[in-house]
Design a protein around this ligand. Structure first.
Ligand SMILES: [Zn+2]
Length: 368
């Protein structure tokens, strides 16, 4: 169970930090202290045994009970020093995450020093916009209510959270599985899925050919335990859902439920969607099929207004990836994406999702 904590600051009597809520990081109030000069000192939590350098999640709330904005000095100590260059920006979720803005930051030797302007109210400081378990439930409810969509209960996570996906398209047609949120902090592609599904379900006639040729299974969050814990990468069981899902049925009941369900589908196409963090990183689409990469390169949407070009290539994955296991068993066509947030806001990511899926999915359907 999570326990919400409040960290007061004698120099700023009207301001406190709140943490310990679902998805917060650091959740332990002992990792947030106040220096004698009034600076908040936060030590980011990187879960044990995560890959080195993976400390890309932070989520704490600043609560200003006063009537005027405050400039608050703070220091963040990250779990590692390798990726300072990724920490040149952060995101503020004003009004508890209803309104996101990217802000400049600076990382040196695993430390970010900054001043945060905190308006009256409750506002989140995060590495990227968050997509919570409540957002996941709302996603399933919003789209599951549509007449073209069935909500499929896949099972429960190791800690008993719901694992579900949305099914649409022609029953019995070649199956396409699209998953995201293997890694707890990687929220981008749930927004991509949401944007695309809203467009698709608002005008399904434009997607008739796709819906007649494929049966889609869309998973907006396959690792809810990691999300709840505020982990960057691993499930609380220590399982890396990106890299070792196929090998982990005996260690994590959620992994077992996902393995059983997805292998039971024998998918013709399986795309595992990720995001990465950093200012200079590119959008990437990878597949085990050079033919699909070439076809996608010809239609990939122009993202240059977000300082992005595409970095797409054919890739053979290693054993342990469930996508790889599907190819071994069923000859599954695979995809993997890496989309960075940098400059984008949630609405931008939703619009990007429309452009991305509209470009890719007809190519997948042709190859089904
Ligand atoms: Zn990932």
């Amino acid at each position: 169970m999570t326990t919400v904590s409040r960290i007061d600051n004698p120099k700023f009597p009207e301001l406190h930090i709140e943490t310990g809520y679902e998805n917060s990081n650091p959740a332990d109030p002992a990792r947030i202290q106040v220096a004698p000069d009034g600076r908040f000192m936060l030590r980011q939590h990187l879960e044990p045994n995560a890959p080195p350098g993976y400390s890309f999640h932070l989520n704490v709330a600043f609560v200003n009970a006063g009537k005027t904005a405050l400039g608050v000095p703070l220091r963040i100590e990250w779990g590692e020093k390798q990726y300072d260059w990724c920490r040149n920006h952060m995101y503020v979720g004003y009004d508890s995450g209803n309104d996101w803005q990217m802000i400049a930051a600076d990382g040196h030797a695993g430390i970010t020093d900054m001043e945060l302007i905190v308006p009256p109210g409750r506002h989140l400081l995060c590495v990227t916009p968050i997509f919570t378990l409540a957002d996941y439930r709302a996603f399933l409810a919003e789209f599951g209510a549509h007449e073209l969509v069935e909500t499929v209960e896949v099972g429960e996570s190791h800690e008993g959270r719901r694992l579900a996906c949305l099914r649409l398209g022609k029953t019995g047609a070649p199956k396409a599985v699209i998953t995201t949120r293997a890694h707890g902090y990687e929220t981008a592609c749930a927004f991509c899925m949401r944007g695309w599904l809203r467009k698709l379900l608002a005008g399904p006639d434009a997607y008739r050919r796709l819906l007649e040729r494929m049966e889609l299974f869309i998973f907006p969050m396959i690792n809810p335990d990691a999300v709840a814990a505020g982990n960057c990468c691993l499930a609380p069981t220590g399982v890396n859902f990106g890299r070792e899902l196929a090998l982990s049925s005996d260690r994590d009941r959620g992994a077992k439920a996902l393995n059983d369900f997805i292998l039971g589908l024998a998918p013709a196409f399986y795309m595992d969607m990720h995001n990465h963090t950093g200012g200079r990183l590119l959008d990437s689409f990878r597949s085990n099929s050079q033919d699909l990469v070439d076809a996608f390169n010809a239609v990939a949407p122009d993202e240059s207004r977000f300082q992005k070009v595409w970095d797409n290539y054919a890739k053979t994955y290693v054993p342990g990836y469930l996508t790889w296991e599907c190819t071994e068993r069923f000859g599954t066509l695979r995809g993997l994406t890496e989309f960075p947030w940098y400059i984008r806001l949630p609405a931008d990511m939703e619009a990007f999702g429309v452009r991305f899926f509209d470009a890719l999915m007809p190519l997948v359907a042709e190859r089904g």
